[in-house]
Design a protein around this ligand. Structure first.
Ligand code: SF4
Ligand code: SF4
Ligand code: SF4
Length: 316
């Protein structure tokens, strides 16, 4: 656990003291090893609780819609910053109301990978901490870069795109890194093989909705799965209900998902949601030249049209 840099703590305390913000959302040490927990700081004297290290996994932007209209400070990693941009675009947050501490992030630790390396269950990890580039766990030292999430190992957005105060040294992005390599593997399969891959992946889903709850862009007051008039889907773990939920959720995020990976990290069943969501991100990029979460002023492609669109449904 690393206490947040003094200069940043002071800035946050100043924002709270001056009334520029009434709440700062950051991270503090949690009770579960290798997982920091969200911290909601309202008093300048509490900023000492804030931490930053590779255990700060949650995308805190998920909390912004519920503080809409309030002046809020928030800590964001590179990927989280894109969700903040998405929320500003969708009028769920107002840039002027936010004070953003943006962190250049080398990656966050995946407790499941650590447990695998030790040959134990995640619940059996008793003592663990991140120190520099090492994870010190139950008397062993593991290189951090080997036990960060797969998404972080393929990350192309280490540095925040939006911030008022920056923390950490800028991390050079690797232009050779293909953020969609995992999607290309699936695209190379036949339609039948792709369906089988999807079927097998979502077979593990038990409809706990942790993915939806962790997603900053899943902010509907009533989710389609909870609606009863009309009822879109039955909340059973029959394959057809699970597949319908996954397909509907994925398409509801088409052109909106910023690829932060919070949903995949939150899944207790290890369902690789990135496979489906990143396919739509890749398509959106290739078909519309649109990368969600980059430009707060941009109009998402599914909410606008071009008068010179080549498709014949646009009337001249
Ligand atoms: S995806 Fe990138 S910015 Fe996000 S946690 Fe991983 S390394 Fe950090
Ligand atoms: S669907 Fe997943 S990857 Fe996309 S914005 Fe939501 S949490 Fe992030
Ligand atoms: S978090 Fe995982 S198990 Fe839960 S609903 Fe989402 S995909 Fe299914």
């Amino acid at each position: 656990m690393s206490t947040l840099e003094q200069g940043i703590q002071k800035q946050i305390a100043d924002w709270l003291r001056s009334g520029e913000i009434e709440l700062f959302i950051g991270y503090e040490a949690g009770t579960v090893p290798l997982q920091a927990t969200p911290a909601f700081i309202r008093r300048p004297e509490d900023v000492g609780r804030l931490i930053w290290d590779a255990t700060c996994e949650n995308n805190l932007a998920v909390f912004l819609p519920r503080y809409k209209g309030k002046k809020v400070g928030i800590m964001v990693k590179g990927c989280d910053a894109r969700a903040v941009v998405g929320l500003i675009q969708e009028r769920q947050a107002v840039r002027e109301d936010l004070r953003i501490v943006g962190v250049s992030c080398p990656g966050v630790v995946d407790p499941k990978k650590v447990a695998e390396r030790l040959g134990v269950a995640v619940e059996d990890i008793e003592e663990a901490k991140v120190e520099g580039s090492q994870v010190l766990v139950d008397g062993q030292s593991l290189p951090l870069e080997e036990v960060i999430y797969d998404l972080c190992q393929a990350c192309d957005r280490h540095n925040p795109i939006i911030f008022d105060v920056h923390l950490g040294e800028e991390i050079p992005e690797d232009p050779e890194r293909d953020p969609f390599a995992h999607v290309r593997e699936i695209e190379a399969l036949s339609p039948e093989e792709r369906w089988e891959r999807f079927r097998q992946e979502v077979e593990r889903c038990n409809l706990c909705y942790a993915c939806r709850n962790a997603c900053p862009l899943c902010y509907c007051n009533i989710c389609f799965v909870d609606r009863t008039m009309p009822r879109w889907v039955y909340q059973t773990t029959r394959p057809e209900d699970v597949q319908f939920f996954q397909i509907m959720r994925t398409f509801h995020l088409a052109g909106r998902c910023v690829g932060c990976g919070a949903c995949t990290r939150a899944c207790p069943q290890g369902v690789n949601l990135r496979l489906f969501l990143d396919k739509l991100r890749k398509d959106t990029l290739e078909l519309f030249g649109y990368d969600a979460g980059v430009d707060p002023e941009a109009k998402p492609p599914l909410t606008t049209y071009r008068e010179d669109d080549y498709n014949d449904f646009i009337m001249g």
